[in-house]
Ligand binder design. Structure first.
Ligand code: DGL
Length: 259
């Protein structure tokens, strides 16, 4: 089984890509909805939560882990790799590789992701001559979680929030939060049609596809029989409705704590 975790439901964008590109893989998902958001918390707390989330997935049979959260990827990836005996895939490094051909690169994410400086450091290495602008967009996750992504209000907030990036005349923009693909049309309109949008969920899964081609035994280990399982640490009818709507199929959420 492939373990995928996020602070909440944003990691379902990664699940969606796995379902599309790796149909035989069996998924076990953990969304830490009781402790979301991670984007506003300290590195120490995000690291502790991320280690607990990964341990939960391992205890439930995961043979590899995808950190489907940019905040956890930027703040806890070293600890996760150090503590885990399973392969750990993150969403940040693949997004940086995909963006590195740009010359004026923007990255948007939570306060935690942008404040960690991880994207900026990796981009400075991968694209040393590129001009990089990072912008925290703390309003986006609540808009998405509340189901407002398609509204005129969301479009207006995206336009106002992203105005500084529009002035930088970007050629590439990393959607550095796994929630943001749900706001993609509003982000696209706000930054203009000539900016290439890089989706870390898609890039991470493309990388996973390559890794599984190179490692047939891992690929077999992820292809267990049975249905996918979706755990959350707090279940409300609202979460269940969003999960089913986002994945375009009925999703049965199970409750569990990673602590
Ligand atoms: N989905 C998380 C990420 O990719 C953000 C949500 C949060 O703040 O917990 O960073």
């Amino acid at each position: 089984m492939l373990g995928i975790f996020d602070s909440g439901l944003g990691g379902l964008t990664v699940v969606k890509e796995v379902l599309r590109r790796l149909p035989g893989v069996r998924i076990i998902y953990f969304g830490d909805t009781a402790r979301t958001p991670y984007g506003t918390k300290s590195k120490e707390v995000v690291t502790r939560y991320a280690l607990e989330d990964a341990a939960f997935l391992r205890a439930h049979g995961a043979k590899a882990i995808v950190v489907a959260c940019n905040t956890a990827s930027t703040q806890a990836i070293d600890a996760l790799r150090r503590e885990s005996d399973l392969p750990v895939f993150d969403v940040v490094a693949p997004a940086v590789r995909a963006a590195s051909s740009g010359t004026r690169i923007g990255v948007i994410g939570t306060r935690g992701t942008v404040g960690s400086g991880a994207y900026q450091r990796l981009l400075a290495d991968a694209a040393p001559v590129a001009e990089v602008t990072a912008l925290a967009c703390p309003m986006f996750v609540p808009l998405i979680e509340e189901g407002w992504a398609g509204t005129p209000e969301a479009a207006a907030i995206a336009r106002t929030t992203l105005r500084p990036l529009r002035l930088r005349r970007l050629d590439t923009l990393i959607l550095g939060c796994t929630h943001y693909p749900f706001l993609r049309p509003a982000i696209r309109r706000a930054v203009g049609s000539d900016v290439r949008l890089v989706d870390p969920a898609r890039e991470a899964v493309l990388e996973l596809v390559r890794a599984l081609k190179a490692d047939p035994s891992l690929s077999r280990a992820l292809r267990a029989r049975g249905g996918h399982r979706f755990f959350v640490s707090d279940k409300t009818p609202h979460f269940a409705a969003i999960a089913s709507r986002w994945l375009g199929r009925p999703v049965r959420l199970e409750t569990a704590s990673a602590e």
